[in-house]
Design a protein around this ligand. Structure first.
Ligand code: PLP
Length: 448
């Protein structure tokens, strides 16, 4: 009996009682190796002593201070650190309590940026099919994942859609990658022109796509092309780094590897690494400058923005990442992890693609490798993978609807940055068992 409304209303998940390092233990005494950091959150693993100590120290001095009355040293220091490490002049931070809130704040900041200039007719955002930007109504409207949107469709603002940059699924045979990228950019430009650039606020995309399609990096030059189009038509580029940011791909901001500076960046998940609910919007100086010189306020706010204990946790996470050279570790371990996955699954008849960047990696499962035909969605293979991996003592983050919100299955892996090569080898070994059991459970041999 439970009085909590769980994600699955007919099933109560195991009760977590202790989480330490790479392990989570439940009430029954089962332990799970955390290969996904929950949902790509726990980048330092569980119970990191430095983060716990920083939170405790902050609790002793000021647990809460409302931002309409005060700022705090700890929030100021976090802003300074995030700005110092951000590319270009992404120098201003707005602290919220999670990824969806970061996206909501970014949408409102982008709109206000134009309103302050008298451009009140700007109302359209452009985003990609098969994207996820959060579950609050604005963020859900921005996202292009049909499965998550369907119940709420009548309540969602109109957002213009373009194709995702998803080479494995969408590059045609015989089309080279430059042609493929040029086609995507052409589609974006045509969309901007069709809407009328004077009505467009911005384009939003994840530099490396996380949950919806499974660790999909962009093609070379894609984001440079996007940045050039945003500049050409005077619209804002918003990078959603809620999942791929804060070191997960080997650089603190994932977009650094694309050589462009967005106007706004949304952060969450790894920012607080699970120790506190915290997100942020990083804004370029010119965006904030216009609001400062105009109305003088950002017309937004929540009770818990700039929370001091959340800021203390996030600041401690940043310090540990820098002190322990964890960005380098992500790059090195990420490469080793991919090698291990290729050794284990490279010839697997039902693994179509192994992809990702740093320690954001995914396997795409297919019924047929040659044709890339996915499994029948009614089998809910992704769900069987999650269940069977848990039975093998492994936490992974599988998802269905990889291709179009309905078809396709992938398994997202996002181990903590502290994972050793031994941990990664253990993950791969348990994953082999979990995948084999899951496929056998939905697809008995010879059922093709
Ligand atoms: N944006 C992306 C890319 C995400 O992956 C997520 C969460 O999975 C969000 C936004 C929403 O973040 P939150 O669940 O913290 O609200």
């Amino acid at each position: 009996m439970t009085h909590l409304i769980h994600r699955e209303l007919r099933h109560t998940p195991p009760t977590a009682v202790v989480a330490f390092g790479m392990q989570v233990r439940d009430k029954e005494g089962n332990t799970y190796l955390d290969a996904s950091g929950g949902a790509a959150v726990s980048s330092l693993g569980h119970s990191h002593p430095d983060v716990l100590a920083a939170m405790q120290a902050q609790l002793k001095v000021a647990a809460y201070a409302h931002t309409s009355f005060f700022t705090t040293d700890v929030a100021e220091e976090l802003g300074e650190r995030l700005a110092e490490d951000a590319p270009g002049d992404l120098d201003m931070a707005y602290l919220v309590s999670g990824g969806s809130e970061a996206i909501e704040a970014a949408l409102k900041m982008a709109r206000q940026y134009f309103v302050e200039n008298g451009e009140t007719g700007r109302r359209v955002f452009i985003a990609r099919r098969q994207s996820y930007h959060g579950n609050t109504l604005g963020a859900l409207a921005l996202g292009g994942n049909e499965y998550r949107r369907r119940h709420f469709e009548p309540m969602l603002m109109d957002v213009a859609r373009v194709s995702p940059c998803f080479e494995y699924r969408e590059r045609r045979p015989g089309q080279d990658v430059h042609e493929y990228t040029a086609g995507l950019l052409q589609e974006l430009e045509t969309t901007i022109i069709d809407i009328g650039p004077q009505s467009v606020i911005g384009f939003c995309a994840e530099p490396v796509v996380g949950a919806t399609s499974g660790a999909v990096p962009p093609t070379p030059g894609y984001f440079r092309g996007v940045r050039a189009l945003c500049d050409k038509y005077g619209i804002l580029l918003i990078a959603d780094e809620v999942m791929c940011g804060m070191g997960r791909t080997g650089t603190l901001y994932a977009i650094e590897q694309e050589g462009v500076v967005p106007d706004l960046v949304a952060l969450g998940k790894g920012l607080g690494a699970g120790y506190q609910p915290i997100g942020a919007v990083m804004a370029r100086e010119h965006v904030v400058q216009r609001m400062r010189n105009g109305s003088g306020i950002f017309q937004h706010g929540h009770t818990y923005v700039g929370h001091p204990v959340a800021a203390a946790a996030a600041l401690a996470v940043q310090k540990v990442i820098r002190r322990d050279c964890l960005l380098g570790a992500v790059t090195v371990r990420g490469a080793a992890f991919k090698r291990m996955l290729r050794d284990a699954f490279g010839n697997h008849p039902h693994v179509g693609d192994i992809r990702g960047r740093g320690l954001l990696v995914a396997l795409e499962l297919v019924q047929d490798r040659e044709t890339r035909r996915p499994f029948d969605p009614d089998l809910r293979l992704y769900s069987a993978v999650k269940r069977q991996c848990m039975a093998c003592g492994l936490m992974v983050y599988p998802m269905g609807g990889t291709i179009d919100g309905k078809r396709g299955d992938h398994i997202l892996l996002a181990p903590p940055f502290i994972a050793t090569e031994r941990d990664l080898a253990e993950i791969v070994s348990r994953l082999q068992d979990g995948v084999a059991r899951a496929i056998a459970s939905v697809h008995p041999a010879g059922a093709d």
